[in-house]
Design a protein around this ligand. Sequence first.
Ligand code: NAP
Length: 300
Amino acid sequence: MSTSDPKPLKLGLIGYPLEHSLSPVLHSFLMEQVGVLGEYRCYPTPPEQLDKALEQIKAEGLTGFNVTIPYKITILDWLDNTTEEVKLIRAVNTIAIGDGQLLGHNTDIIGFLDSLPQTIKSTLPHRPALLIGAGGAARAIMAALIKCHVPVITLAVRNPEKAMETINLGRKLIRLYNVPSGLGIVDLDTLKNMNNYQLVINATPIGMPNTPESAKESPLSIEQLQTLPEDAYVYDAVYGPEQTTLTHHCKELNISAQDGLSMLVRQAATALGLWSGREISETIIQATQDHLRSHIQTYA
Ligand code: NAP
């Protein structure tokens, strides 16, 4: 490295647990493709150690870091400032550090939107949606759906009381953007007939291949999926080797579906763009997706 080269980026990920995170492989590959020097480390942090981990991250002089489950919402209490978008949805997945100050961003919103096929994106104003989960990822996806004028967004949750904060944030967004969307809530356990939904999104960790057993789980059964209308589209924010159990069920039933790998790559590319000031091309995004998919095959 010559003396005129920029300083290598020091990046990381905070969450718990992180054993199966693809982020280090993903960011190392992206940095190599973009021609940026840097390292990306995992900081697995149980809740009682969050304070200490953030002090360590600052002391180590990180450029920035990502935030994942279970901290996308709770980390807000530790931030010095956030983007206007984060102030609205109160969920963060990317943090930039400058002068020891933590600035929260959310790149999941754009990551989700850009991962949708154009044919689905252009029909969002005609697709009543069922959004499973009400945590950090669900808030970002809800904001994206509201921005795209999805007519009705129904949250399917196991704990309706806990989900009210997310619903209230959504209501504020609808007023602010002055869009014709409505919001509702249903109990995931009692969900039977889904023939009203033309878009279904899983934003819970159900089906994440952390263990062979968890990889077999699906937030929706075959019986539930059978009640969807013909032109429904199913989106699983979870990702795995080739398919998740949910997208596998959909394939069996001839329902169009995708997993969350493209979202993962796109939110990461936007985050790296923020930290490095570099623009990341679609060619690099596609190459990173292919690289990750083959990497998951070997770790699964
Ligand atoms: P989070 O903030 O902890 O929220 C998780 C949500 O899932 C909560 O609403 C939680 O309900 C619900 N949930 C958890 N286990 C459940 C179960 N067994 N049954 C029903 N609901 C359950 O986590 P997050 O940050 O939103 O992440 C959620 C998942 O999204 C992650 O595991 C990740 O796989 C995926 N994700 C993917 C991308 C991507 O780029 N593809 C980006 C972000 C997230 P309670 O509130 O009742 O606990």
